[in-house]
Design a protein around this ligand. Structure first.
Ligand SMILES: [Zn+2]
Length: 424
């Protein structure tokens, strides 16, 4: 009988609600995320055992969003980097706010967020700590968002590496994932883009800035939809680098996320550059700023990244009618979101209306996830005995599993939710 095992509570053959229970005699929970669909939230399976420790790789809600509920029954310690805690808290409080004005039951209470913080032990990269009697934990920089990590768990004579979401490629904000964990026995790996490669970042940046410059030269508005955490800041950096010389406005939760980023400069590649770029932008605080932004040629970087809510709702009402303006998407558009509908059908759904926009609509691939070739290169470095693929759609994990087995000859599984993977 296998001595060790991994139980998939969520995030098996899907992207969202990541949660995994590692059983090595001691019980370690990795991630506690939610899956945010267009009109409902899905949760991982319940934790039905006493935990020895919990670990959160990074702040995105599909990895952290259900954590505050965990401490109702569990009083184990939870480990993450300091920025992961700060950004998660921002996102948790924001989910409560959204539940409030949508009139739905909140997923957890403010008290539970406070409780979560009490049981969280922040650790930085490359500082191994003992998290239970036989397990130690070391976090490697994942290069995905500020504070994102790849947890390495060592127990007895085995090493288990979880990649979380990782990006080995250098971007404006980060130097790229730290792949120097050495030889490991098991890798549990994300497979979001396991079936494809990305266009070069430099090329994408150039195309974006050319398009933005052309738009403002024609007297239009470049309305850039960007996620609050990391994508907005990267876009601001890129616009600064290309010296786009019209006012650049920053609106939405990205302002708060930017402040947290600058509070943790050691988690950025070039904090001074980001600070300069952010200082040059106009932080929208009042309606006056929103009117001003729409009165002159401008760039507006705002949330939500998928056009579902957020201040972008205000801007699209004007921009969609302007032939010389553009709505620019900069991230993955989940099925069922207004952003996806706009891309696929050319129809813009706002909270109140439906339009057929006359402005331009463009999309750029600023992915913060490893591509197929980067995933294979990373595995080559870690040379594990077994690979467990998670955080990817079924078809994508099938393609990647076949590729790993054929090219690298490593035993690979892509478990579904509820499956238990034996580990020896
Ligand atoms: Zn993520």
């Amino acid at each position: 009988m296998a001595k060790y095992s991994l139980n998939v509570l969520g995030g098996g053959q899907e992207v969202g609600r990541s949660s995994f229970l590692l059983d090595v005699g001691e019980k370690i929970l990795l991630e506690r995320g939610v899956k945010l669909n267009a009109d409902e939230i899905q949760y991982p399976a319940p934790v039905t055992t006493n935990l020895d420790a919990a670990i959160i790789s990074h702040a995105h809600l599909d990895h952290s969003g259900y954590l505050p509920k965990l401490f109702v029954d569990s009083h184990s310690m939870c480990y993450m980097t300091p920025p992961t805690l700060e950004i998660s808290k921002m996102l948790w409080f924001d989910s409560l706010k959204i539940a409030g004005y949508e009139g739905v039951a909140p997923q957890f209470s403010e008290d539970e967020i406070v409780e979560t913080e009490k049981y969280t032990f922040p650790i930085s990269y490359r500082r191994p700590v003992n998290i239970s009697k036989n397990c130690s934990l070391e976090l490697f920089d994942a290069g995905h968002i500020s504070g994102s990590s790849m947890p390495l768990i060592s127990f007895k004579n085995k090493r288990f590496l979880f990649t979380g979401d990782f990006n080995p490629a250098e971007t404006r904000l980060y130097s790229g994932a730290d792949l120097r964990a050495g030889k490991v026995d098991y890798v549990m790996m994300e497979s979001t883009y396991g079936d494809r490669n990305h266009p070069s970042r430099a090329e994408t940046e150039k195309r974006l800035c050319e398009s933005v410059q052309e738009t403002v030269d024609n007297g239009g508005h470049a309305l850039i939809a960007a996620f609050a955490v990391a994508r907005s800041q990267e876009i601001i950096d890129v616009l600064h680098e290309y010296n786009i010389d019209v006012p650049v406005y920053l609106d939405g939760m990205s302002q708060k996320a930017s402040r947290i980023f600058l509070d943790y400069p050691e988690y950025l590649k070039d904090p001074k550059f980001l600070k300069k770029a952010l200082d040059k932008t106009i932080w929208v605080r009042r309606d006056k700023h929103r009117k001003e932004a729409l009165k002159q040629p401008s760039v507006i970087v705002t949330t939500s990244g998928m056009l579902s809510g957020g201040p972008i709702q205000h801007y699209v009402k004007t921009v969609h009618k302007e032939e010389n303006s553009k709505i620019i998407l900069t991230g993955y558009q989940v099925e069922g979101t207004p952003g996806r509908k706009l891309m696929d059908e050319g129809i813009l759904e706002t909270e109140a209306d439906t339009f057929k926009p006359v402005c331009g609509v463009e999309k750029y691939d600023f992915s913060a996830h490893a591509s197929q070739s980067e995933l294979l290169r990373a595995l080559n470095k870690w040379s594990p005995e077994k690979v467990i693929l998670v955080h990817g759609d079924l078809e994508v994990t099938e393609v990647l599993k076949a590729k790993i087995e054929k090219d690298l000859g490593i035993d690979t599984v892509n478990p579904a939710n509820g499956d238990t993977v034996k580990l020896d």
